[in-house]
Design a protein around this ligand. Structure first.
Ligand code: 5AD
Ligand code: SF4
Length: 480
């Protein structure tokens, strides 16, 4: 099979809305009509790994595929297109992807027509792409995080020309989502991208290399999307960005992230969330806006990564332990009942026992209400990967356990405080752990299980909390 590297230099002009919306970009596809004929009665499979940015990309791919007539299936043996949307943030995310491609490749033998595609952050890294190309000759389409808009033409070329296609040419400087359709995975909770990419270049992180530099969406486009979601009855929106705080800095429109939050809050969406925020540019103006509006949730994900100044410096985080603690103090003072969550990495190169103890003491001082913990994993191409990964695995693993036990003590204590209170819960669906229960989230993002009728799904209801576990609460619906 031939391999073709495609470049579509000027297929669309980003932000050119002059010819209408969805139809404009889909109409630019050279093979729209042929693909509509080819997709008739056919199905697609898609599996997404990684963060919310990838989940939102999946929604765009679904929108494009369903626009030409494909329908979704979870059974790969019956599909015409199978897409694996990958994550590169840590090694174990990558290992899962290798495992899944290994399982799926046989379907190319069974179904000669199958387009087996791999996209997302892994393929954005040349070395990993090469490993994939060598290891899995069966995969016949690779496309990057900035090539989603050409999905239809890429599939068409693979099918019609029988070539393998690798399309990683990048439009990393532009925002092209405005013209793309999307099918949202949830009918009452929605992700809204506000900024793509990341310019922070923390030394351990691959994201700036896979998702490019920071590009904000136009304020008006974001607000139009929020208005549409409100009109459609959405109860919760989450503003997305690798660092939402940087919103607007690359534009000259005069709006910052606090303005995005405030304008959306005024539109009356019942729940507004956002992720992720870098502590370095979290402004007092943002804190004041969060404190002012009841419909901006009192939950902030504020990754700290380490509690030691030297490690923070080596990580390129741009803040010190005391900067971080001062920020937390201001947040806790101004925002009533604030719930704080974080990300922490243990075992960064050269991390000493004392330095790790600083992380534990910071955790004990902040008393996080939620947390994600990671063992350092070198990512090729990042500055930290040039340092020797010299903390032994046993040490990393012990530190990890110690850290989790400190975090859990605080999380459990916090969960216990809910018992006896009445919480507003947005009902998600039937509980994943008990088919007789429903589950949903409080304003502070605590998971609650309770008994109730499925007609409550998508509603915000009052639940009285009767008991607590570390990571979830049990409650009873309060009638009314
Ligand atoms: N090793 C371990 N954890 C990492 N993260 C990002 N890169 C790495 C890495 N190389 C973690 C950080 C980040 C979260 C999304 O993933 O804690 O905040
Ligand atoms: Fe994973 Fe980061 Fe890519 Fe999200 S942006 S999928 S976390 S590598």
């Amino acid at each position: 099979m031939k391999t073709k590297i495609v470049n579509y230099p000027d297929m669309i002009k980003a932000r050119d809305r002059s010819k209408g919306s969805t139809n404009f970009i889909m109409g630019k596809s050279e093979h729209l009509e042929e693909m509509k004929a080819l997709a008739k009665g056919k199905k697609y499979y898609i599996h997404t790994y990684g963060c919310q940015a990838n989940v939102r990309d999946e929604e765009t791919m679904r929108g494009i595929l369903e626009y030409v007539g494909y329908t979704r299936s979870d059974d790969i043996s019956e599909v015409d297109v199978a897409i694996i949307n990958t994550c590169a943030v840590r090694e174990n995310a990558e290992d899962k992807v290798y495992g899944e491609i290994g399982n799926l490749k046989k379907y190319r033998k069974i179904n000669k027509e199958l387009v087996l595609a791999v996209c997302g952050c892994m393929v954005e890294q040349p070395e990993i792409l090469q490993v994939l190309l060598d290891k899995f000759p069966e995969v016949n389409l690779y496309f990057g995080t900035h090539e989603i808009y050409k999905l239809i033409d890429l599939i068409y070329e693979v099918k019609k020309q029988g070539t393998k296609i690798v399309s990683i040419e990048s439009k990393k400087g532009e925002v092209i989502e405005e013209e793309l359709p999307a099918i949202r995975n949830n009918k009452f909770k929605a992700y809204v991208n506000i900024i793509y990419g990341c310019d922070k270049f923390c030394t351990y992180c691959i994201v700036p290399y896979t998702r490019g530099k920071e590009r904000s969406r136009h304020f008006i486009d974001i607000m139009n999307e929020v208005r549409d979601l409100k009109r459609l009855g959405y109860k919760e929106i989450t503003f997305l960005g690798q660092n939402v705080n940087a919103y607007g800095k690359d534009l000259e429109e005069g709006y910052d992230f606090a303005d995005v939050l405030e304008e959306a809050a005024k539109m009356g969406i019942p729940r507004i969330r956002f992720t992720t925020s870098h502590p370095w540019d979290f402004s007092s103006k943002m804190i004041d806006v969060i404190a002012k509006y009841d419909n901006i949730m009192n939950f902030i994900h504020l990754p700290v990564q380490s509690g030691n100044d030297e490690v923070l410096r080596k990580m390129g985080r741009r803040y010190s332990r005391s900067d971080y603690l001062n920020l937390v103090k201001e947040m806790r003072k101004k925002i009533p009942n604030l719930s704080l969550s974080t990300d922490i990495i243990v075992g960064f190169p050269n991390e000493s026992e004392e330095e790790f103890q600083d992380t534990l003491s910071l955790v004990d001082e902040v008393k996080y209400e939620a947390a994600f913990t990671f063992i350092y994993s070198p990512r090729k191409g990042t500055p930290a990967a040039k340092l020797e990964d010299n903390v032994p695995y046993e040490t990393k693993s012990r530190r990890f356990k110690e850290l989790v036990s400190h975090l859990e003590r605080h999380i459990e204590e916090d969960a216990n405080k809910y018992v006896g209170t009445i919480q507003k819960v947005l009902v998600d669906g039937v509980s994943k752990t008990d088919a007789n229960m429903l589950s949903g989230y409080t304003e502070t993002n605590k998971l609650v299980h309770f008994q109730g009728d499925e007609s409550l799904v998508g509603e915000i209801i009052d639940v009285k909390i009767t008991s607590s576990h570390t990571y979830s609460l049990i409650g009873e619906r309060v009638d009314g």
